[in-house]
Design a protein around this ligand. Structure first.
Ligand code: SF4
Length: 473
């Protein structure tokens, strides 16, 4: 409805030295990661080898009451997950944690990312008699690990043996009866970090902002390809699959992650300020005010304002309470749907030449509606600056950036034609060659949806059309 992209999952795990209210810790961690997925969530707790879990559709605050957390009970480890529907779509069996009992014990798995060889993996398991309960790629990861576990002496060794066969993006936390194992694919598309509390509890989370909520201090990122084991002996690492070059998703910095997170040592807030600064350098314009579209356009707007000297203003107020239960409007109600989500502060805009900074344009329909809101509020001119390059390709690594047919920049439209379509006086994007400046790195990141150069061969990977998927759901 709002023509925007979604990150598709967030993961959180905790290991305590002794029995504690780990379910509540995960609840707070997931709360901080809610922006990474709002469709469903779940928590699994391990108490002396016994697992209990709860998962359901809804926001963390909707699924977990105090009573539910008490029902999960205490334990010394727990993992949790927030989900937007990844590959496999919206199906109750796809909600995580995936809790499995196999011949050598129990495990609970949470996963952020998307595989590009799910079909191949599922087929090979099904041909040997496996029965899948859901349609997610996470189940294929679980099967891969369990199959290796049958032939080796530890779960971390099973993960190490499984990694070469699992292709794509996966930042995972796996809980067994005795340990927590965090691992990332060898490209490290999705973030994953480790923190430690004053009591010596280890915390693993998709983003560092979630560590803060449970009083943990950032220790370090899990390296791309690394397997980190946390148990009674402390924390140790297996680095067989680590390579020199990593490929973190650059769009985490532009849009997905929270601005108070630090990923791979780089602040998301600072990267967004930098994007605004680069936009001013590459596409300056005479104007009276700079505004950002909430949320991720705000910091980039501030960066543009600081670099240009043009005053920064609050142009929009965002209604934060639009959740899953928001009634889908009909086609002719869509204009008012945007107004319900974003309202213009007329005093900032009226009679002014406005520079509006947004993070991206997908189909262009929402951007056109927002520009129209500014015109209706009396803007004299509207100059749109986008803090990412144009999307010209889809993403195969755990976001719902659309199939190419739905991306406006793919339709051989020039920048001037897109500007006309959205009703802007001018339009400019962040130059693709400046992406590395956001994180002070020449390479070491994925920019596939902007350049078409993916770190992995995606020729066999299918791509979903999210608009179709929503209609058919
Ligand atoms: S293709 Fe784009 S969104 Fe997907 S991982 Fe790469 S940079 Fe991120």
């Amino acid at each position: 409805m709002f023509d925007e992209m979604h990150e598709e999952c967030g993961v959180f795990g905790i290991w305590e030295k002794k029995t504690a209210d780990v379910a509540s810790s995960v609840y707070f961690g997931l709360y901080a990661l809610q922006h990474r997925g709002q469709e469903s969530c779940g928590i699994a707790v391990c108490d002396d080898g016994v697992f209990s879990h709860k998962k359901a559709d809804g926001l963390v605050s909707e699924v977990f009451s105090r009573k539910e957390l008490d029902r999960l009970g205490t334990g010394n480890m727990a993992v949790g997950h927030v989900r937007y529907s990844t590959s496999g779509g919206h199906n109750h069996n796809n909600i995580q944690p995936l809790v499995i009992r196999h011949i050598k014990g129990n495990m609970a798995l949470v996963h952020n990312g998307n595989l590009i060889n799910t079909e191949e993996l599922r087929r090979s398991f099904e041909l040997s008699g496996a029965i899948f309960h859901g349609t997610s790629d996470t189940e294929a990861i679980a099967y891969s690990i369990v199959r290796e576990r049958l032939e080796c002496s530890s779960t971390e060794e099973a993960v190490e043996r499984a990694i070469p066969n699992i292709k794509g993006a996966y930042s995972c936390i796996l809980m067994t009866a005795t340990k927590l194992i965090a691992f990332r694919d060898p490209d490290g598309f999705r973030p994953l970090c480790i923190g430690v509390t004053g009591d010596g509890a280890y915390v693993v989370a998709s983003e560092s902002c979630a560590l803060d909520t449970v009083g943990a201090k950032f220790l370090r990122d899990v390296r791309a390809g690394e397997i980190v084991v946390i148990n009674d002996e402390g924390l140790h690492s297996v680095t067989t699959h680590c390579r020199k070059k990593e490929n973190i998703c650059i769009f985490e910095y532009i849009y997905f992650a929270r601005p108070d997170s630090v990923i791979e040592g780089k602040s998301v807030h600072t990267a967004r300020l930098k994007a605004g600064e680069i936009l001013w350098e590459s596409s300056p314009v005479n104007a009276d005010i700079v505004i950002g579209v909430p949320d991720s356009g705000l910091d980039a707007g501030l960066g543009y304002s600081r670099a240009s000297g043009i005053p920064y203003g609050t142009g929009f107020i965002k209604n934060k309470y639009i959740g899953r239960s928001f009634i889908q409007p009909s086609q002719n109600q869509r204009e008012s749907a945007v107004k319900i989500k974003l309202n213009v502060i007329k005093e900032t805009i009226c009679g002014k030449r406005v520079v509006m900074i947004d993070d991206s344009i997908v189909r262009g329909t929402t951007c056109a509606r927002i520009v129209r809101l500014l015109r209706e509020a009396g803007a004299k001119e509207v100059h749109v600056r986008i803090s990412s390059p144009p999307f010209i390709h889809s993403c195969h690594f755990g976001t719902d950036i659309d199939s190419e047919e739905n991306l406006i920049a793919c339709h051989h439209k020039s920048i001037a034609e897109i500007a006309e379509y959205i009703g802007a006086d001018s339009l400019a994007y962040l130059p693709v060659e400046s992406l590395g400046r956001l994180i002070d790195s020449e390479d070491g990141f994925c920019n596939g949806c902007f350049s078409g150069k993916y770190p992995l061969d995606v020729s066999g990977a299918s791509c979903k059309n999210k608009f179709d998927e929503k209609i058919h759901r």
